[in-house]
Design a protein. Structure first.
Length: 114
């Protein structure tokens, strides 16, 4: 399946939840709840944030690969799925949304005083 079309379907399902917003992350369209991103389409792959143990299990099974946005080290708790698994993308994105909803809100960044 075409990754763009598959992700459009995922986003259409996610938009049913009024708390889900859209924004760019690494130049790619992403989904977020509040200020917490949980899914995006990056270079034809669905990339989601999942609990570390769940992400590791998916990688160990060969279903996912650790997500590295190009700086040489994978991002903690983020994994990527090829378009071969597009039939599962909506469920994985929903699982990621549920996970980030359990995370505490990000602390506001302090401004450096001059």
């Amino acid at each position: 399946m075409d990754p763009e079309k598959a992700f459009d379907r995922v986003m259409a399902a996610l938009r049913r939840d009024p708390r889900v917003g859209e924004a760019k992350m690494f130049g790619a369209l992403g989904a977020k709840v509040g200020d917490k991103y949980f899914a995006m389409l990056y270079k034809g792959q669905l990339v989601v944030k999942l609990p570390a143990d769940r992400a590791a299990a998916l990688v160990a099974r060969g279903d996912a690969v650790p997500f590295d946005p190009g700086h040489g080290r994978p991002m903690k708790e983020w994994v990527a799925f090829s378009s071969d698994l597009a039939a599962r993308w909506a469920k994985l994105a929903d699982e990621a949304k549920t996970f980030v909803e359990t995370l505490p809100a990000a602390k506001p960044k302090r401004r450096k005083s001059r």
